[in-house]
Design a protein around this ligand. Structure first.
Ligand SMILES: *Cc1c(COP(=O)(O)O)cnc(C)c1O
Length: 379
């Protein structure tokens, strides 16, 4: 068995005729056949041919295969974005008239997808506080067809009790789908813990360089075959070049996660020592690290506008997981459309800042934070 780090860098099954070191970009919408018998081979089971890029392309298949190998799942499908990967996964297990349970602190785009799109398509959406697993279990009824959650939530970085959620789902014979975007398979592999489907916004750590929008869904052969049909029918496929860029970024996942997570730990410790700062940083994700996101809440002694203004090279960017350290302001971006009672209940206040920690030296980041805190302190 090869190690995780080996699998991140190498591709066990990918070969190309010219033996080029990196996989070529198959920038083509279709593939050609030399005669009708040749065309017929495409339709044989186990064939390794391609026909039309919306149905499959070597680059998007490579991305899907790599992520499924890292997650320990037998199959995967890549798609145009994290949202389309979620869409394909949900549509492969849930039908109109059925219900889905989601956590109240789910990613904003996912919250809207369920509450706006799926409700319109007659899927009942049940929101529960997953921090209290008895509440989750009490909300299961006959119509529920899927339990959906995230391994680490945004922006306050609650670590889901993935194994307990799976246990509850098993008891009620329900499939579980997990968004593993924040944790990445470097820290957590929900499929190996028993989840049925795992999705990634590969826009984030899988790609890692803020230069693509991409998604991947992994699971067993049967579910992924169903999900892949949705990707094909709804045209949610990812382009060859974006697949290629994502695979290129993915090859450094291990070193990025190790370094960014170490930086994040140092920043969390520094911020914990500052007066009037409440730090949100996971402690239980994995024995060897807790990811590269750190959130903190500044109390009234700080002026938040001034804090952001003095972050110098640390830019406000409403995404995460790049190699550069960035910050976001959840109340006015990702969680802007949440009802006010829920913002309050979840603790997304005017003082909450979310930091995506990059690959700079930890001192660079800490010095800048220190200066911004000093400037923001009300006299
Ligand atoms: C960004 C994100 C998504 C959506 O992914 P896109 O690639 O933007 O479509 C879903 N879940 C989480 C946790 C995310 O951070």
């Amino acid at each position: 068995m090869k190690s995780f780090d080996w699998k991140v860098v190498h591709d066990a099954t990918n070969h190309n005729a010219e033996e080029s070191k990196s996989t070529p970009i198959y920038q083509t919408s279709a593939f050609s056949f030399s005669n009708l018998d040749d065309l017929e081979t495409y339709f044989q089971p186990e064939n390794e041919r391609y026909m039309y890029s919306r149905y499959g392309n070597p680059n998007s298949d490579q991305l899907a295969r790599k992520v499924s190998e890292l997650e320990g799942a037998p199959a995967g499908v890549a798609s145009s974005s994290g949202m389309s990967a979620i869409m394909a996964g949900v549509l492969s297990v849930v039908k109109p008239g059925e219900a889905v349970i989601i956590p109240e602190d789910v990613y904003g785009g996912t919250y809207d997808l369920f509450h706006q799109f799926f409700q319109e398509w007659q899927v009942e959406v049940v929101t529960a506080s997953f921090g209290d697993l008895s509440e989750l279990e009490n909300k299961i009824n006959d119509r529920v067809a899927l339990i959906y959650t995230e391994s680490v939530t945004n922006p306050l970085l609650r670590v889901e009790q993935v194994e307990s959620v799976i246990e509850i789902a098993r008891k009620h014979h329900l499939p579980v789908m997990i968004d593993n975007t924040f944790a990445t398979p470097y820290f957590l592999k929900p499929y190996e813990l028993g989840a049925d489907l795992v999705i990634h916004s590969a826009t984030k750590y899988i790609g890692g360089h803020s230069d693509v929008t991409a998604g991947v869904l992994v699971g067993d052969e049967e579910l992924i075959a169903r999900a892949k049909k949705k990707v094909i029918q709804l045209g949610m496929n990812i382009s060859p070049f974006e697949s290629w860029l994502t695979v290129r970024g993915l090859k450094t996942l291990s070193v990025r996660m190790e370094q960014q997570s170490a930086n994040a730990r140092a920043i969390a410790s520094f911020m914990e020592e500052q007066p009037g700062v409440r730090v949100y940083y996971p402690k239980t994700l994995a024995a060897y690290g807790n990811g590269a996101m750190v959130s903190f809440e500044l109390d009234e002694r700080y002026d938040v506008h001034t804090f952001f203004k003095h972050l110098d090279w640390i830019k406000i960017v409403p995404t995460l997981a790049g190699v550069e350290t960035t910050v976001s302001y959840p109340l006015k971006t990702s969680h802007r459309s949440l009802p006010e009672y829920l913002q309050e209940k979840l603790g997304i206040t005017a003082g909450v800042v979310r930091m995506s920690v990059g690959l700079e030296g930890e001192k660079d980041i800490i010095h800048t934070l220190q200066a911004a805190l000093q400037a923001a302190e009300k006299k």
